[in-house]
Design a protein. Structure first.
Length: 208
């Protein structure tokens, strides 16, 4: 998805498959990165709504991950739902940003999902990717995948189009959580906080 040898060099620490967990950074200031996909104006707008949800979730004491489901039709785009990770707020085991958004959208015909884009501030976990695959959502716009990546190869193998924005705001939200509340992040992805520390010695990556 990122062409050119320069990009390949920049990406040398990024695994092409498996799970990546970035355990936390020494500096919570989000870095500006010089690669990532250019978003269309509409994609940027809807990803912005997802970021608003992530920020809202963080301010509620939760995991700062947000999502938006947008339906595309000949009449234009329609935001069907927004959502945010509700693990802390609702004591939920399965309301991640994406699943909360899909739950908020309620029951939809299969034909609608197949004309939607799912926007999410963080690369989907396998649970959320599985939900997107189940409903045949053809396209996912991802705010960033530096902090976590577990499902992109699987999604692509199912024909899902992925757009990775590498957005600095999304990265910053995750940095802040990993620095200030690593325990809620560990819980969210089904690991112990000590697992995150052990991973920190492993170049930010875990392959499973
Ligand atoms: Zn998830």
């Amino acid at each position: 998805m990122f062409g050119g040898s320069a990009a390949a060099v920049a990406l040398k620490n990024r695994p092409t498959h498996g799970i990546r967990i970035r355990p936390g950074l020494s500096n919570a200031t989000p870095a500006r990165y010089d690669f990532g996909m250019q978003l269309s104006d509409n994609d940027a707008k809807y990803l912005g709504l997802a970021i608003e949800q992530a920020e809202l979730g963080w301010n509620e004491g939760g995991v700062p991950i947000g999502a938006v489901l947008v339906h595309h039709s000949k009449d234009g785009d329609k935001v069907l739902a927004v959502g945010r990770n509700q693990r802390v707020q609702m004591g939920s085991a399965i309301r991640h940003g994406e699943t909360d958004c899909l739950e908020n959208a309620g029951r939809l015909p299969a034909s609608v999902y197949r004309e939607c884009t799912l926007y999410t501030t963080l690369s989907p976990c396998t649970m959320c990717a599985g939900t997107a695959i189940l409903y045949d959502i053809p396209r996912i716009v991802i705010g960033e995948n530096r902090s976590f990546q577990a499902s992109e190869e699987w999604l692509r193998s199912k024909g899902t189009e992925l757009v990775v924005a590498d957005d600095a705001t999304c990265i910053g939200l995750m940095d802040r959580m990993m620095t200030e509340r690593p325990e809620i992040w560990a819980e969210d992805i089904g690991v112990e906080t000590s697992d995150l520390r052990e991973n920190s010695a492993d170049a930010h990556t875990t392959t499973a």
